[in-house]
Design a binder for this molecule. Structure first.
Ligand SMILES: [Zn+2]
Length: 399
């Protein structure tokens, strides 16, 4: 199957019917014909092809509208699998997912830093080969590989143009992996892949325009409009971490001053805590860090906040306010239906979200904009790898 599956899907009517089953299944042939305005014989013959190909299957009998009970159709989720890679900057995570985003394998391996482009590619190949060896019996059902990584990615050519945290440029991921494994490969920026994954399998389901914001050691976002990722002309759409919030603020890794991520990302939260402790503020953090300020991280601030530490709660709340300012700018620019917040800092949950929501409610222009649907990610630490899988699925199911 493999490459052929994609060719097979190119027919417009097949895609329309397949998506109907994916979104509405269990669904009967008669209902598909009614919804799509295709003739019943056309639906029947395409359904037969889709069943023969293994993409869909017949399920339980539906309710009868008088007469014989119709046979219902659903996606054959274990008919095919996709490999998803979350590549760096600290480790490589790899998953094997079915067509419904069910994760059948998850493993992770630390990167030995510093790494060269060749070493990174070699390691990605070895992880993929390891998974293929483990799932030999399913090998024919694996239809492609999705790769998500930080930095700027040329999605057309599947090249990592710039991966700042690894100090690497121009890694020909797609070409290398396609040659080695003879499978279609899609490469995408991690925040953008996450956004697509949220729409397919997470908190973005059912919304027509979604911005997924990843708040970790930096801040990035992916924009999905009508099911499609928006990249911009030079692949940098969504780089909201470098939105200027305070021109007199701290210098950012990008060279500019007062970027959003210097105020709301994990390292900024840790910095703020260190500063407050250095001037003698009382906090549970002193004990948790063993009195060593250098041991304070965003995660530790979160831990202290959960234990009721007021200073830590205040710091996370104020990070939420800054994030809310950035997101208000984003709402005024794009007016999305839903915003999803994920990444390590999002683990702070409601403490962070309260600051975000109250800021948007205070600053956004209209009543409805003030009530923009803001949610936390539901995909956890597999969000990036699941996003990588959805790169392939969105192509497979695309109309
Ligand atoms: Zn910046």
């Amino acid at each position: 199957m493999q490459r052929g599956t994609f060719q097979f899907m190119k027919s417009l009517n097949r895609s329309i019917i397949l998506n109907r089953i994916r979104l509405e299944g269990p669904i009967s042939r008669a209902q598909i014909a009614k919804d799509t305005k295709l003739t019943p014989p056309t639906v029947s013959s395409i359904v037969k092809e889709l069943i023969d190909s293994g993409l869909i299957k017949e399920s339980i009998q539906g309710e009868s509208q008088g007469g014989r009970k119709p046979t219902m159709l659903i996606i054959n989720e274990k008919g095919f699998y996709v490999i998803g890679l979350d590549a760096g900057p600290k480790d490589i995570k790899i998953i094997l997912s079915d067509l419904n985003g069910g994760v059948h394998h998850f493993s992770k391996k630390a990167l030995l830093l510093p790494v060269t482009a060749d070493e990174l590619l070699k390691m990605m190949k070895s992880e993929i080969q390891g998974l293929l060896d483990q799932y030999k019996e399913e090998e024919d059902k694996i239809i492609g590989i999705g790769v998500a990584m930080h930095g700027v990615v040329d999605v057309d050519r599947g090249i990592s143009l710039y991966a700042p945290n690894l100090h690497l440029r121009n890694i020909p991921i797609k070409e290398q992996l396609e040659t080695t494994f003879n499978l279609p490969v899609k490469v995408e920026n991690d925040a953008k892949a996450i956004a697509l994954g949220e729409v397919w399998f997470g908190s973005g389901s059912g919304a027509s325009s979604v911005v997924a914001v990843n708040v970790g050691s930096g801040i990035g976002a992916g924009i999905v409009i009508n099911g499609q990722l928006f990249h911009g002309e030079h692949f940098i759409a969504g780089e909201i971490g470098h939105m200027t919030i305070d021109i007199g603020g701290k210098r950012c890794s990008c060279g500019n001053y007062g970027c959003l991520q210097t105020l709301a990302a994990g390292p900024a939260i840790a910095e703020r805590a260190k500063k407050e402790l250095a001037i003698g503020k009382e906090s549970r953090l002193t004990e948790l860090s063993g009195g060593n300020l250098e041991r304070i991280t965003g995660r530790l601030v979160h831990k202290a906040a959960l234990e009721g530490d007021q200073l830590s709660r205040d710091i996370l709340h104020s990070a939420g306010i800054y994030l809310g300012i950035g997101l208000t700018n984003l709402i005024h620019l794009l007016n999305p239906e839903r915003i999803i917040i994920g990444g390590g800092v999002a683990n702070a949950g409601e403490i962070l979200l309260d600051g975000v929501k109250e800021t948007i409610a205070r600053m956004a222009l209209t009543e409805r904009a003030k009530q923009t649907d803001i949610r936390l990610s539901s995909l956890g630490n597999k969000a990036t790898a699941i996003g990588a899988v959805s790169l392939l699925l969105s192509e497979l199911f695309s109309i």
